[in-house]
Design a binder for this molecule. Structure first.
Ligand SMILES: *Cc1c(COP(=O)(O)O)cnc(C)c1O
Length: 434
């Protein structure tokens, strides 16, 4: 079945016609842990970490791969990333705390954000995290004062918005001129001057992040040109030395059969060769290259499992197959119009004979997970599996309709480990004061 290729690397079908991932029968997992259930395939996660490190470092020796936590993080995943030797990109005190709670080496952590609070910056200083990616003049000022007060020297990067159109959904385009993220390139010089003259800040280099889900590689080439031209100009005018160039994340993954994504090697090839050729042309020393993948590391490793309840056939209009989750655990279809494929995990060998729409259970008409998809005949109790759910689903989950956030399991070689328990009704009221 073609759709199997969208599932984690270990996906297969057993002789009962059930979807198996990481050696575990997903139908049994649904029965044991309940649904909605999110599962991560450990082999796929670790393979992707290795692939990123290998594809970049074989083309560009001094490469650092840091994982962008906002795609999904919890304690167990942070441990895996630590073991795989990746760094972390965190955007909040919360993400920083999760990393710290499992003993993640904090010198490999980068702090991002367009509006970091004073408390978050203070914590980053106190814990001696690796690098702060400064977004704006206000932050530059308070960070400089804090570092002076603490008597410490802080490594920073400046986040510049190169003004490059990434051809993605407007909610996830970040490197354009009209963006809340970063210094516009035209105020970059002032930022470099201020950062270099701050005695307690060590300006290591520059950062950009164009946006997410970039199916084309050209925007990276364009942005690297602009950034290196800028670095060369700053070197000439202010003796700025670019020691690190951080090109952000944005690497796409394949969600549906008709939207293939470039392999990691294609991004690595374009990025590495552009940095090398452009530095040569401008007579710049090669900087350390940092990449920050989020979605591409966790997205393909995650699968969402749901149980079918009501099947409502409106003759001549549409057949709605309602499941026990939806926009509270995966808001992407409702928020960005994201498309997914799906299978019936307990009927993998049956013919996909009927077009249906998979609806969530939440009280919004827009809570549709998959619009118009061919599935085998479905009825109550069947298990729906959706691939590509490892990124940007769980971290955006809510308790809408006072629903319980799902359990998460990690599967590997026939073993399953619960890495987050399902919420309980008691969790819903534990912060309330009556
Ligand atoms: C979101 C984000 C990333 C990761 O983006 P993906 O599309 O998930 O790879 C990397 N860097 C920064 C600064 C980000 O905000």
């Amino acid at each position: 079945m073609a759709k199997l290729s969208l599932f984690p690397l270990t996906a297969e079908v057993n002789n009962q016609g059930h979807l198996v991932i990481g050696g575990c029968d997903t139908v049994n997992l649904a029965a044991e842990f309940g649904t909605p259930l999110y599962l991560f395939d450990e082999f796929s996660l670790r393979s992707k970490c290795t692939e990123f490190k290998a594809e970049f470092s074989q083309r560009y020796k001094d490469t650092t791969v840091i994982y962008a936590c906002k795609a999904f993080i919890n304690g167990a995943l942070a441990v895996i990333l630590r073991e795989e030797g990746l760094g972390l990109d965190v955007v909040s005190g919360g993400e920083l705390n999760i990393a710290q709670s499992v003993g993640f080496p904090l010198d490999k952590v980068y702090l991002h954000g367009n509006n970091k609070s004073a408390e978050e910056l203070m914590l980053a200083l106190k814990w001696h995290i690796g690098c702060i990616v400064v977004d704006n003049f206000h932050e530059l000022r308070i960070l400089s004062e804090m570092a002076k007060e603490q008597g410490s020297i802080l490594d920073i990067l400046l986040r510049l918005s190169p003004g490059v159109e990434p051809h993605t959904h407007k909610y996830i385009a970040t490197g354009i001129v009209d963006s809340k993220f970063g210094f516009p390139l035209r105020s970059g010089e002032e930022a470099v001057v201020q950062a270099m003259s701050a005695p307690n800040l060590n300006l290591v280099g520059l950062h950009f992040h164009l946006g997410s889900l970039l199916f084309g590689v050209e925007p990276y080439q364009e942005a690297i040109e602009l950034m290196l031209d800028f670095a060369a100009e700053m070197k000439q005018k202010h003796r700025f030395e670019l020691r690190e160039l951080n090109v952000g994340g944005g690497f796409a993954i394949q969600y549906t059969l008709d939207s293939p994504a470039p392999p990691i090697s294609a991004y690595a090839e374009v990025i590495a060769s552009k940095v090398i050729s452009k530095c040569r042309q401008l007579k710049l020393a090669l900087p350390r290259l940092t990449v920050e993948p989020g979605r591409a590391v966790v997205g393909p490793a995650g699968v969402a499992l749901y149980t079918v309840g009501v099947v409502k056939d409106i003759p001549g209009v549409r057949c709605y197959v309602s499941v026990d989750g939806g926009m509270a655990d995966n808001i992407r279809p409702a928020l960005y119009g994201s498309k997914y494929e799906a299978v019936v995990a307990n009927k993998m060998l049956e013919k996909e004979a009927r077009e249906v729409t998979i609806a969530g259970r939440f009280c919004e008409a827009g809570d549709i997970l998959v619009k118009g998809i061919a599935l085998p005949p479905v009825s109550a109790g069947d298990i729906i599996a959706i691939p590509g759910c490892g990124a940007y689903c769980l971290p955006q989950a809510s308790n809408f309709n006072a629903s319980l956030k799902p359990a998460i399991v990690l599967v590997n070689k026939g073993k399953v480990r619960l890495i987050r328990r399902r919420e309980t009704f008691a969790d819903l009221t534990k912060c309330d004061l009556v």
